[in-house]
Design a protein around this ligand. Structure first.
Ligand code: NAD
Length: 494
């Protein structure tokens, strides 16, 4: 049985805890490792190491930091297969999907490689006579990242790439469900030449999170996870005086207009709903079928499902793996049961695909789902696609805008005018036009609206740089001593 430890001060450590949590291979249902759960003393040790490292790393030149980032980028790319295999072994997603996670995370590192440019301030010469004004960006200090199970590599890379590039120390508190890849990440940072303490991994549960939220030496918290926890993190962290960005859950709608290409829309719906067994924060979980498109679209989706290959993520040909835990699989089944009781029509029933070995479940397609149905109101986070039928574009738009979640959404159509109205009026943070999973590229920023985001900064890209830096403005004069005089008036510019 493997023991998954913390990474503090540049190496593995068991820490002070005797408390552990089991880690499973979701494809077999077997426990594969035991995870150390941090105590408050472990939190203190991690933060002390990060604090000391932040002080010297923030003084390290941009040129030296950039060298480390480029080296880290090369190491990540070279270790893609190893990273993907680790993700698959604990998360369950298929290997190609896990490799995709590495590739999307690499984008964030590549963006951060340009830190010398991104940290530039502004300069206004002669703002007033003999006075220059300029701005400076400086690191925040110690940033802690608390991450979800569904992207155990990519989401940490969203956070740590910019944080470290900007001169901060970063403490990662990974999900306790798939923690091992965080330690390979730490070792790759070490190999890239990052000084000890700049990247730390603190394994644990609520004790670790609460310790970080309350610790006076932690300056900022980046969080990604479910909405109730995101809200808790935001409220607790800001109350403790920290800068916080907290991304929450989702219910992503894909609106299909009658003029859409049916095959394109059906392929996109199946890929985006059932990829990674629906455990993506940008998964499509609702189709808003407008007018006459509903029946042929449902037939086209239904037709595609029997041939999907569900199996272990590391098996050749598998297209969809298991869910993360037995408890989560049973929760998804319970949602299907309740959705059916509340009037949804089960067109394809994934419950028959429940397995005893491993946490597998089949794909479910629900039709005639009402906006009050629990299968519509709640984030299920499993391979369940709900169809809501509406008569018009405006009804579809109202439906989307009435939902509490507002992470991503997509529209499928050939009508440019409809797209223009949609992108202007939809109250959602990320929009796809004939693109079902519109995760922005690394040089934009990622984030939803409403209950999908607490705080005002999106993750990674330019907003990530803002989150990871504090700005100063300097007003400067080099006076001629001969012209100096006392003036108690409020300074104005001339
Ligand atoms: P989660 O909220 O259960 O856990 C996220 C993190 O919070 C973990 O590190 C966990 O240890 C910690 N945590 C859990 N309960 C806690 C508590 N009571 N107090 C303090 N810390 C706690 O989320 P999850 O199940 O790991 O991930 C799935 C969720 O994440 C889904 O809701 C999904 O939509 C969301 N997600 C959102 C985005 C986004 O960008 N908006 C991206 C990925 C995942």
């Amino acid at each position: 049985m493997a023991h998954v430890q913390h990474w503090i001060e540049g190496g593995l450590t068991a820490g002070a805890s005797t408390k552990t949590a089991p880690v499973f291979n979701p494809a077999t249902g077997e426990q594969t490792a035991e995870l150390a759960l941090a105590t408050p003393a472990d939190v203190d040790a991690a933060v002390a190491s990060a604090r000391a490292a932040a002080d010297s790393w923030s003084h390290t030149s941009l040129a030296a930091r950039t060298k480390v980032l480029f080296a880290f980028r090369e190491l990540l790319a070279a270790h893609t297969d190893e990273l993907a295999a680790l993700v698959t072994s604990e998360h369950g997603k298929v290997l190609s999907d896990a490799a995709g996670e590495v590739a999307r995370g690499l984008e964030n590192v590549e963006y951060a490689c340009g830190v010398a440019n991104l940290m530039k301030g502004e300069f206004s010469e002669q703002a007033s006579t003999g006075v220059d004004v300029y701005s400076i960006r400086q690191p925040v200090g110690v940033i802690a990242g608390i991450t979800p199970f569904n992207f155990p590599l990519m989401v940490p890379l969203w956070m740590c790439s910019n944080a470290i590039a900007c001169g901060n120390a970063f403490i990662l508190k990974p999900s306790e469900k798939d923690p091992s890849v965080s330690l390979l990440l730490a070792d790759l940072w070490r190999q890239a030449g990052l000084p000890d303490g700049v990247f730390t991994v603190l394994q644990g549960d609520k004790v670790a999170v609460d310790g970080l939220l309350q610790h006076p030496q932690v300056d900022a918290i980046s969080f990604v996870g479910s909405t109730p926890i995101a809200q808790y993190i935001y409220e607790t962290g800001t109350k403790a005086g920290k800068r916080v960005q907290a991304l929450g859950g989702a219910k992503n709608h894909m609106m299909v207009l009658p003029d859409a290409d049916l095959d394109v829309a059906a392929d996109a719906a199946v890929s985006a709903a059932y990829g990674a067994a629906g455990e993506r924060c940008m998964a499509i979980s609702v189709i808003v079928a407008v007018g006459a498109v509903a029946d042929p679209l449902i037939d086209a989706i239904k037709e595609r499902l029997p041939s999907l290959q569900i199996g272990p993520g590391d098996k050749e040909g598998s297209e969809m793996g298991p869910l993360i835990t037995a408890a989560h699989r049973d929760k998804v089944i319970d949602y299907i049961d309740r959705g059916e009781k509340e009037g949804a029509k089960v067109v394809v029933d994934g419950r028959t695909g429940r397995s005893e070995d491993g946490f597998f479940l089949g794909c479910t397609l629900l039709d005639d789902v009402s906006p009050e149905n629990v299968a519509y109101t709640d984030e299920i986070f499993g391979p369940v696609l709900a169809i809501v039928r509406v008569d018009t574009f405006d009804q579809g738009l109202d439906l989307i805008n009435s939902h509490k979640f507002a992470n991503g959404t997509a529209i499928f159509t050939r009508d440019g005018g409809a797209v223009r109205s949609f992108q202007r009026d939809v109250q959602v943070g990320m929009i796809g036009v004939n693109v079902p999973i519109p995760v922005p590229v690394g040089y934009y920023s990622f984030g939803g609206w409403k209950a999908s985001l607490f705080g005002d900064t999106h993750m990674y890209g330019p907003e990530g740089i803002n989150f990871c830096t504090r700005r100063k403005v300097v007003t400067s004069r080099w006076p001629d001593p001969g012209s100096s005089k006392i003036d108690l008036g409020f300074p104005t510019n001339s």
